[in-house]
Ligand binder design. Structure first.
Ligand SMILES: *[C@@H]1O[C@H](CO)[C@@H](O)[C@H](O)[C@H]1NC(C)=O
Ligand SMILES: *[C@@H]1O[C@H](CO)[C@@H](O)[C@H](O)[C@H]1NC(C)=O
Ligand SMILES: *[C@@H]1O[C@H](CO)[C@@H](O)[C@H](O)[C@H]1NC(C)=O
Ligand SMILES: *[C@@H]1O[C@H](CO)[C@@H](O)[C@H](O)[C@H]1NC(C)=O
Ligand SMILES: *[C@@H]1O[C@H](CO)[C@@H](O)[C@H](O)[C@H]1NC(C)=O
Ligand SMILES: *[C@@H]1O[C@H](CO)[C@@H](O)[C@H](O)[C@H]1NC(C)=O
Ligand SMILES: *[C@@H]1O[C@H](CO)[C@@H](O)[C@H](O)[C@H]1NC(C)=O
Ligand SMILES: *[C@@H]1O[C@H](CO)[C@@H](O)[C@H](O)[C@H]1NC(C)=O
Length: 493
């Protein structure tokens, strides 16, 4: 009886074992086959032919892609991209070739191919969903809060609240801040209204105090704070400098590649590094190649130096460029490339992959122990190309599908990266996209140009002057980003 039983058991066991091994072989086969399919796709599939056509078609490469900026040309400031950025770096070529799998797998399976179709979904629906994930303290997170990515603010959700008018006035003016970039000096460029300087963000459950520059410098004693990203990151960095300048004039150090400002009293350094895509790029034949699987060496090699990193990007993904993974062309943001979306990584998915690459590389860097704050996608307000008629925050959020999608892609990547944090660094989300969606009044608009006074309402050479509805006036809403940053850092440092 016993023998028979064990024999039967043995038998079942063998069957099971052979089943397991054949399943194993099948899986192995499937993996190999799918890899073959994937790796051969770039050479067999007409994709690369199409991209090659596009490369010759350089004139149209700055097409705005799937974002709806209608007739408003998105203003991106390329003035101070350092030359070093286009230089091929051997270091970047060597490492980080692994593909960030979560987003790539999804794209490969086609699951994500229609993501931009959802653009008209109501914003509040998305907001609710997001807040249920990210609301810092309304959840019972006490058990695993240290590296969950959620900043802790007692019961206060910093990103749920309202804009209130505060006549106290801004933290600095175009007179008291000597580093204010002219294109953000809205008052200096003739903007007639001023109320946009006086709105404060009021979270429902708490107050964000007015920025105390002295306290900030003390908190940042001996520390280095780096702003990494594009011209919007520069916008925030300059706002920070202007605010701190009110208590101490810093000394400028550094170079074109890394701007550094040093505050002697507390030995605090504010750094800015230009990185448009945050991942490696090259431009062998005039068209930018964006390597989605390699962090941009322009900042990555300096990472261990920094105590706090404020990371941001997004708008450059609307520019003409080619996307590469593992050295292969996998998509582009060029003319002719709208067809075959399924086999093609578009700008939104490229953004998703690039964000995950960068955040994961930061989260797993063995020598970096700082706090990284991902400042989410900055909403622009090109409404028929203009935003100059807005003098106060919007009462209702206008749906902007492109912004919502870019935001969601970023948050998705963030959530993946947070799971991988190792070795003492922290990853936090500064989720400003929705909140600043109301601030259509805070952009330079036609006052992004010192000649605005003279050009007002005129058409130059038969063309309307394009407005800047992307960057933020200084002083203006961008100063609130730094107040929120201060609040986050109070809890993390
Ligand atoms: C660029 O696009 C416009 C309209 O889409 C088209 O008329 C023009 O011929 C294109 N230029 C080139 C060089 O293809
Ligand atoms: C990503 O790939 C690694 C191995 O390369 C694997 O261990 C990990 O589980 C994968 N993650 C996901 C989310 O698929
Ligand atoms: C994706 O969008 C196309 C049209 O843009 C539609 O025909 C297709 O059914 C959509 N696929 C899914 C899975 O929704
Ligand atoms: C579109 O939105 C619906 C409902 O919000 C969601 O279930 C669906 O997954 C979304 N589709 C894509 C491709 O994001
Ligand atoms: C949080 O805890 C409260 C009671 O302490 C409970 O009612 C609530 O369901 C919990 N929420 C979650 C998301 O677990
Ligand atoms: C500063 O703004 C005022 C208007 O508030 C303007 O008259 C002045 O010219 C500006 N100064 C500079 C240096 O931009
Ligand atoms: C980390 O630091 C060690 C020791 O200084 C160094 O050998 C190593 O290359 C560093 N790793 C990275 C990724 O920077
Ligand atoms: C773009 O937005 C404008 C208003 O902001 C709207 O009138 C237009 O229909 C939109 N275009 C597309 C293609 O969604």
């Amino acid at each position: 009886m016993e023998i028979a039983l064990s024999k039967k058991f043995l038998c079942a066991c063998t069957v099971q074992r052979s089943l397991v091994s054949s399943v194993g072989i099948m899986v192995l086969f499937l993996i190999t086959a799918s890899w073959f399919l994937v790796s051969s796709r770039s050479s067999i599939f007409p994709l690369s032919v199409k991209v090659a056509e596009d490369i010759q078609n350089t004139e149209n490469t700055t097409k705005m892609g799937s974002g709806n900026h209608s007739d408003g040309r998105l203003i991106l400031d390329a003035r101070d991209i350092p030359f070093a950025e286009s230089k091929k770096s051997r270091k970047a070529e060597a490492g980080f070739t692994s593909i960030p799998n979560s987003s790539y797998d999804k794209i490969r399976s086609g699951e994500d191919s229609n993501s931009s179709e959802n653009s008209t979904k109501t914003v509040t629906e998305r907001l609710d969903r997001r807040i249920s994930i990210w609301a810092p303290a309304s959840h019972n997170t006490s058990s695993h809060s240290s590296n969950s990515g959620k900043a802790k603010f007692g019961d206060c959700d910093l990103y749920h609240g309202k804009w209130i008018y505060d006549p106290t006035g801004p933290l600095y003016t175009n007179i008291t801040c000597p580093v204010l970039t002219q294109s953000q000096n809205c008052q200096g460029n003739g903007r007639p209204d001023k109320d946009y300087e006086n709105w404060r963000w009021k979270p429902d459950q708490c107050n964000i105090p007015r920025f105390d520059a002295r306290k900030f410098l003390e908190m940042m004693k001996g520390k280095i704070l780096a702003f990494i990203g594009d011209s919007v990151a520069r916008n925030q960095m300059e706002s920070m400098l202007c605010i701190l300048w009110q208590v101490e004039a810093p000394r400028m150090r550094g170079n074109r590649r890394m701007h550094r400002w040093h505050f002697r009293s507390t030995s605090t350094t504010i750094v800015r590094i230009w990185s448009s895509w945050l991942v490696h790029k090259s431009a062998p034949r005039g068209i930018v190649r964006v390597h989605l699987d390699k962090p941009d060496e322009a900042f990555f090699e300096f990472l261990p130096m920094f105590d706090v990193v404020v990371l941001s990007s997004g708008h450059w993904f609307s520019k003409g460029s080619i996307y590469l993974l593992n050295g292969d062309i996998v998509g582009s943001q060029l003319k002719h490339s709208d067809r075959d979306q399924r086999n093609h990584i578009n700008s939104m998915n490229a953004y998703n992959i690039a964000m995950e690459t960068v955040l994961t590389a930061i989260a797993t860097h063995p020598n970096y122990t700082g706090v990284t704050i991902l400042r989410t996608y900055s909403p622009d307000h090109y409404n028929g190309g203009s935003c100059s008629s807005n003098a106060e925050p919007a009462k209702k959020l206008a749906g902007n599908g492109h912004t919502v999608t870019m935001h969601d892609k970023q948050v998705e990547s963030f959530k993946e990266a947070v799971k991988k944090v190792s070795n003492g660094s922290k990853l936090r989300l500064m989720d400003i996209t929705e909140v600043f969606g109301y601030r259509h009044d805070g952009h330079p608009g036609r006052y992004g140009n010192p000649d605005a006074k003279n050009l007002m309402g005129r058409h130059i050479g038969g063309r309307r002057q394009s407005e800047d509805c992307l960057h933020w006036c200084m002083p203006g809403p961008v100063d609130i980003w730094n107040e929120i940053l201060f609040e986050i850092l109070k809890r993390e440092l």
